[in-house]
Design a protein around this ligand. Structure first.
Ligand SMILES: *[C@@H]1O[C@H](CO)[C@@H](O)[C@H](O)[C@H]1NC(C)=O
Ligand SMILES: *[C@@H]1O[C@H](CO)[C@@H](O)[C@H](O)[C@H]1NC(C)=O
Ligand SMILES: *[C@@H]1O[C@H](CO)[C@@H](O)[C@H](O)[C@H]1NC(C)=O
Ligand SMILES: *[C@@H]1O[C@H](CO)[C@@H](O)[C@H](O)[C@H]1NC(C)=O
Ligand SMILES: *[C@@H]1O[C@H](CO)[C@@H](O)[C@H](O)[C@H]1NC(C)=O
Ligand SMILES: *[C@@H]1O[C@H](CO)[C@@H](O)[C@H](O)[C@H]1NC(C)=O
Length: 308
């Protein structure tokens, strides 16, 4: 994060170049994926319908989740991809998340109405991961300097039970260390830890949320690389996970059951050694890094120069 300290305009422009490049690359390749839309389809996929929610400051489209989405739909014929059309802005993060929740709720309600048998796989990166979990689980009001989230109600559980097949998340800022759907080796809370996971508890077998130690956004760490590493590190795991749930649903021909607990993640969230020590460590860690939150958000708001 230190590399985002105030800098000369020239250095700032250099920093922006990769993002401009990413925008160009994305707009060129988007046309090649004829199954990718930014609106909710009015026809039903025979395979899965993938909804991607990109990270902050990524251009509209599947973004860095694109290759993961592409791998999944290559494995399941007649599948479609919808890139959630939400701002994904960083400078007004909470407003962007709120818009994303409304958009995703609409998409899920509409798709499940059109396709009562439809199977949806959601993939979210960073801010997009927060949007997805806030939509499914609801969110408590959260009032801090710089960022104020409003309360939101959980999605109608009938939709999740019938139509949501799998949820894949990378670098979720609402990472809660105790959640049963955690994967990766982080044992610490994220920037905006989800304080009530009850509404989503029964969906745990459908959810995998990857967060590695050192990621600032999902684990309050200080490694600048980890947050962008999930696609390569866990892309195949995510595809395999969704594929397995798809095959199970095909076999049973029924709902995207979440009751039997099969495929339930053991999660690596609780750590193996000395639970008490872990708690103290993470509390100290949290205090120690807390000052960075308004600082990083402030710097990011001014230069809006990195993907969260
Ligand atoms: C579209 O295809 C390109 C490669 O041709 C890939 O990099 C990109 O991630 C894909 N996007 C989606 C949404 O599948
Ligand atoms: C489904 O996929 C198969 C093979 O990819 C293709 O031949 C068929 O036309 C597709 N069906 C629809 C409805 O798109
Ligand atoms: C929260 O709700 C208030 C009152 O309705 C509204 O003015 C504000 O814009 C909302 N904030 C977000 C981040 O959605
Ligand atoms: C949830 O959706 C189902 C199916 O559309 C409907 O029957 C039920 O009333 C809804 N529940 C709530 C609380 O809106
Ligand atoms: C956590 O996992 C990442 C990715 O596999 C690895 O690079 C890192 O060394 C691990 N960290 C710890 C503390 O085990
Ligand atoms: C957590 O959420 C559940 C269901 O959404 C609710 O019943 C419960 O009261 C909440 N707990 C707290 C402490 O807010």
């Amino acid at each position: 994060m230190d590399s985002y300290l105030p800098m000369s305009p020239k250095a700032g422009a250099r920093l922006l170049l990769p993002y401009l490049f990413l925008a160009l690359v994305t707009s060129q390749t988007a046309a090649q994926n004829t199954t990718t839309t930014t609106t909710t389809p009015t026809t039903c996929a025979e395979g899965v319908h993938v909804i991607t929610a990109r990270g902050s400051n990524e251009p509209l489209g599947a973004g860095r989740l694109g290759p993961v989405a592409s791998d999944l739909i290559a494995a399941i014929p007649n599948s479609t991809v919808q890139a959630l059309n939400y701002p994904a802005t960083f400078f007004d993060y909470a407003t962007s998340v709120a818009a994303g929740i409304l958009e995703l709720r609409d998409a899920l309600e509409s798709y499940s109405r059109t396709c009562p048998q439809g199977k949806v796989v959601m993939m979210g990166y960073s801010q997009g991961a927060q949007v997805i979990l806030d939509t499914l689980c609801g969110a408590q009001p959260y009032d801090r300097p710089v960022v104020q989230f409003n309360e939101s109600a959980p999605l109608n559980s009938t939709i999740v039970e019938h139509n949501v097949l799998a949820v894949i998340l990378y670098g979720d800022p609402t990472h809660a260390a105790e959640a049963p759907w955690n994967y990766g080796n982080s044992t610490t809370n994220g920037l905006f830890p989800r304080d009530n996971i009850t509404a989503c508890a029964s969906y745990a077998p459908k959810i995998r949320s990857w967060c590695d130690e050192g990621d600032f956004f999902c684990a309050l760490g200080d490694d600048g690389e980890i947050h962008g590493s999930y696609f390569d590190a866990y892309g195949d795991d995510a595809v395999e996970f969704a594929l397995q749930l798809w095959e199970e649903a095909e076999e049973t021909g029924g709902d995207t059951g979440s009751e039997d607990g099969s495929g339930s993640g053991s999660g690596s969230g609780s750590g193996e050694d000395g639970a008490d020590n872990d708690r103290d460590d993470s509390a100290a860690d949290h205090l120690g890094t807390n000052w960075r939150i308004p600082f990083v958000l402030g710097v990011a708001a001014i230069c809006s120069c990195f993907a969260l």
